[in-house]
Design a protein around this ligand. Structure first.
Ligand SMILES: Cc1cc2nc3c(=O)[nH]c(=O)nc-3n(C[C@H](O)[C@H](O)[C@H](O)COP(=O)(O)OP(=O)(O)OC[C@H]3O[C@@H](n4cnc5c(N)ncnc54)[C@H](O)[C@@H]3O)c2cc1C
Length: 485
């Protein structure tokens, strides 16, 4: 069996940008990317034709395959380095802090890295137009109004690829990597790591189409397995004693409301990131991943959980805006398993929706009643996720989380009138499994020698731009480690 210099597990933006940067720096040697999903040109989500999620086997096409969750993502590239907020002081990297990459790099280095990564996206055809840089006066006015209502409104200029353009862009990246000598195998899952005396030596894999298992060896292994692989990674860390830290879990809903209500935010900011600590719990609640004229979507994870998400196309438009409202939960003693807690909630919501996503009107929640299918037919806000099942999400989401969400919606209503409209729709479960975080050093090396971890899966980053940037930085770290030896 051939031995590689480097194996990258996962062909998401983090893994792919790592390979890209090695090529650019003329340091690519014998590199293999192992991906459990398909090549980008074979990735296709049947939900639009079928009208419902078909639970693609062996893996969901939305979250697996070349470019990972990026291919079907909305393709909103956050230009954190250009944010008004970030020119004033500390670097703010999104609702969840952009992951814990800030622990390993200075703010200035992160800004440079993001500017460089942005240039790569532009070179592959990303839209040069940045949303949220004009109308600075209006943005400042909205930020002031938010502050008056105990909310923070963070601006991030955004480059919007759109779901279909993201697919096109990553196709070019796939071609670029192949033409420059990166070997890639698809439909192949890494099941385990081969570790001897605290040093990573290789991976045990399974060809999921032919059901063949075999081992592949390498000098170094980079894990870029995304949120989809977070559960697997957590098991692997336990099995091999790889050091982790307990993170938080973000639980909430996808909120859908008329574009008209969100007009100011959509026009001036494209994506408004509100952050608050509503009473009485004062938990951190935030909006995330806003999609003007977008569509709510469902995604299926390996553990068979169906979660809700949202995206928007560049050319196809709805008349609704959707965004996530997420509550961060931290646990300590005696229970510190945030992934299991989140999974449990998702499982209960799915059960109430016969395996799907639940949808309920905000007014019905306030009135203590479920929503019925027939009521959605005449509802002024028409659900864009047709497969969602009308019901009562308050049966599954805990009192604390639900209270946080309701009070936060009422709070934002003071800045965005109509935000608490009774016909607005809440979809559940929207859960972000950022945790557990894998402990890495400044080279992104784990407690196992020659084993590295990047991207969203180990908690280092959150989002496309940060995950891609972590791949670039990973490549540079590998080069400097090699130069030292
Ligand atoms: C519907 C949707 C919309 C989104 N919209 C946006 C957006 O607009 N803006 C934004 O910034 N972010 C968005 N995101 C999030 C963004 O896509 C992720 O932050 C980003 O893709 C993370 O990159 P990554 O490389 O860390 O992991 P991923 O993109 O998740 O890639 C990980 C890859 O690893 C593979 N893998 C996992 N485990 C294994 C294994 N054991 N063996 C082999 N392969 C494995 C997976 O199949 C996957 O292809 C969206 C996500 C979704 C699902």
């Amino acid at each position: 069996m051939e031995k590689y210099d480097l194996i990258i597990v996962g062909a998401g933006p983090s893994g792919v940008f790592c390979a890209y940067e090695l090529i650019k720096k003329n340091k690519l040697k014998n590199v293999l990317i192992i991906e459990q999903g398909k090549r980008i040109e074979d990735r296709f989500c049947p939900i639009e034709k079928a009208g419902k999620c078909l639970h693609c086997k062996p893996f969901c096409n939305i979250t697996s395959g070349f470019s990972g969750a990026g291919a079907f993502s909305d393709g909103k590239l956050n230009s954190y380095h250009l944010s008004l907020h970030n020119q004033e002081g500390d670097l703010y990297l999104g609702g969840n802090g952009g992951g814990y990459i800030k622990q390993y790099m200075s703010s200035e280095d992160i800004k440079d890295l993001l500017a460089y990564t942005d240039e790569i996206y532009l070179s592959f055809g990303a839209d040069p137009h940045l949303h949220g840089v004009d109308n600075r006066d209006e943005i400042v006015r909205l930020q002031r109004k938010a502050k008056e209502n105990d909310l923070m409104l963070v601006d991030f200029p955004i480059r919007h690829l759109g779901t279909e353009k993201a697919h096109e862009l990553y196709s070019k990246v796939e071609k670029f990597l192949e033409e420059n000598g990166v070997e890639m195998i698809f439909n192949t899952s890494v099941l385990d790591l081969i570790i001897e005396d605290g040093v990573a030596k290789g991976v045990a894999v399974c060809d999921v189409l032919n059901k063949k298992s075999f081992e592949i060896f390498a000098d170094k292994i980079v894990l870029g397995i995304g949120r989809k692989g977070a559960g697997w990674l957590s098991d692997i860390c336990q099995r091999h004693n790889i050091e982790t830290a307990v993170g938080s879990v973000d639980i909430g809903v996808r909120y859908e409301l008329p574009d008209d209500v969100m007009k100011e935010i959509n026009t001036y900011l494209y994506e408004g990131k509100f952050i608050g600590r509503p009473k009485p719990f004062c938990d951190r609640v935030r909006t995330f991943c806003q999609n003007p004229s977008g569509f709510v979507s469902a995604e299926v994870y390996d553990n068979n959980l169906t979660l809700v998400n949202g995206h928007s196309y560049k050319d196809r438009k709805s008349t609704n805006t959707n965004l996530a409202i997420l509550v961060s939960h931290n646990f300590n003693t005696p229970f510190n398993k945030p992934i299991e807690y989140g999974e449990n909630i998702a499982e209960n919501v799915n059960r109430l929706a016969a395996g799907s996503v639940l949808v309920q009107r905000f007014g019905d929640i306030l009135n203590g009643k479920r929503t019925w299918e027939r009521e959605l037919l005449t509802n002024s806000v028409k659900p864009t996720l047709k497969s969602a099942v009308a019901g009562d999400i308050t049966y599954a989401i805990g009192f604390r989380t639900m209270t946080d969400i309701i009070n936060f919606i009422k709070q934002v209503d003071h800045v965005v009138p109509g935000f608490a409209g009774g016909d607005n729709l809440l979809y559940a479960p929207e859960i972000k499994f950022y945790s557990n975080t894998v402990v890495v050093d400044k080279n992104f090396e784990t407690s196992v020698k020659n084993l590295f971890c990047i991207g969203d899966g180990g908690g280092l980053t959150t989002g496309l731009m940060m995950a891609s940037a972590s791949g670039v930085k990973m490549a540079r770290n590998l080069i400097s480690l090699e130069d030292k030896n």
